[in-house]
Design a protein around this ligand. Structure first.
Ligand code: NAD
Length: 337
């Protein structure tokens, strides 16, 4: 059977990179995205324009909440793999606009799961987030750790997605893999995220906000490594033939359902992150120290042993190279040279 992949959120940061990679390998991809204005729509349009240059790409602009429109696409395109990345992202915005998260992430994801069930999709892969580990302080985070303490509505919707997906997988035996991404960065990155905001601020001689006075760390993961992890998992369909094969497997005891971290497995303190950006830009930041933002976690660090055991995954891009790549894209795209 020829692989046909439906990618939701294809005009988004990760969806764009993933689609481009798969299209380059000759795989048929249908992109689905509402092109909403949570951040600069022109950036989404520019990403989508690049994807449209591929003959094997087709695209629908619509909302996940529109079940009829989604169903039509599934019937017309008949994907055997669905990679669901569209979501209302961002921890901070979820404090201002929680309702948007319920609509996009809960109703939207429900529609994707329900239609995938109806259409007998071979493998449904969906984005969760490292933020579901919430207030956990057993570091690094492992898929089999308890996740009971989400700190924001954003992460609560992602945790709900995992639960909804597990129950559907249990009842209907749909193979589902949930991916917990750890702070993704790289070219074509999101304007609401730290690397973009810091670079923009430093270049414009504006103060940059440093939360929790810089006393926090993240596992920053380069977008190509995330794409590699997803790609390697497409044919690793959860099933019970290999129970016990992998150490600390998160495979459900009752359903073809598994959760996987994709991260870089390195701890980077916020102030060191800023120093790397300053070095790459050859310019100092004007620092504005702030308290911890409501809903934010202080630390994230992934354990990716399970992903490595299943796929051979190894993250390849170090922070210095990743930041340089972002900055050269940023300067070119925004004519800042
Ligand atoms: N970037 C990260 O660091 C990170 C970390 C953890 C998890 N994630 C998750 O990975 C996925 C992709 O994230 P991203 O960084 O590419 O975000 P993004 O915002 O760049 O991409 C999401 C895309 O989904 C689209 N979208 C949003 N709501 C929609 C709706 N209701 N209907 C149709 N389309 C809709 C947006 O227009 C956007 O293009 C998301 O599910 C996000 O929660 C991202």
């Amino acid at each position: 059977m020829k692989t046909k992949i439906l990618i939701t959120g294809s005009s988004g940061f990760i969806g764009f990179h993933l689609s481009k990679k798969l299209l380059g390998k000759g795989i048929k991809v249908h992109g689905f995205d509402s092109m909403n204005n949570y951040y600069d729509v022109n950036l989404k349009k520019a990403r989508c324009k690049i994807l449209k240059e591929y003959k094997n790409f087709s695209f629908t602009k619509n909302k996940l909440e529109n079940k009829e429109a989604l169903e039509k696409i599934f019937k017309r395109f008949r994907p055997n793999i669905v990679i669901h990345l569209a979501a209302q992202a961002g921890v901070r915005y979820s404090i201002e606009k929680p309702r948007v998260y319920l609509d996009s992430n809960i109703t939207g994801t429900y529609n994707i799961i329900e239609i995938s069930k109806k259409m007998n999709v071979k493998h449904l892969i969906m984005a969760s987030s490292s933020s579901v580990y919430g207030a956990n302080n057993k570091i690094p985070f492992k898929e089999t750790d308890k996740t009971e303490t989400q700190l924001s509505i954003y992460s609560a919707t992602k945790k709900s997605n995992e639960s909804m997906a597990h129950s559907y997988s249990n009842i209907w035996k749909i193979p589902i893999t949930m991916l917990r991404f750890f702070t993704v960065y790289g070219p074509w990155g999101r304007p609401d995220m730290a690397l973009f905001k810091f670079t923009k601020g430093i270049l414009a001689n504006k103060k940059i906000d440093i939360y929790n006075n810089g006393k926090m760390y993240r596992d920053f993961t380069y977008v190509d490594d995330i794409v590699d992890g997803i790609r390697l998992l497409i044919n690793k369909i959860p099933n019970h033939k290999n129970v016990g094969r992998y150490k600390n497997d998160s495979l459900s005891p009752v359903a073809p359902f598994r959760i996987l971290n994709i991260g870089n497995t390195k701890k980077v303190f916020l102030l060191d992150f800023i120093k790397e950006i300053e070095k790459a830009l050859g310019k100092k930041a004007i620092r504005n120290y702030m308290p911890l933002q409501k809903g934010d976690v202080k630390q994230t660090l992934s354990n990716t042993n399970l992903l490595k055991d299943i796929t051979g995954y190894k993250s390849k891009t170090n922070l210095r190279t990743g930041i340089k790549n972002f900055i050269s894209w940023y300067k070119k795209y925004y004519n800042k040279n």
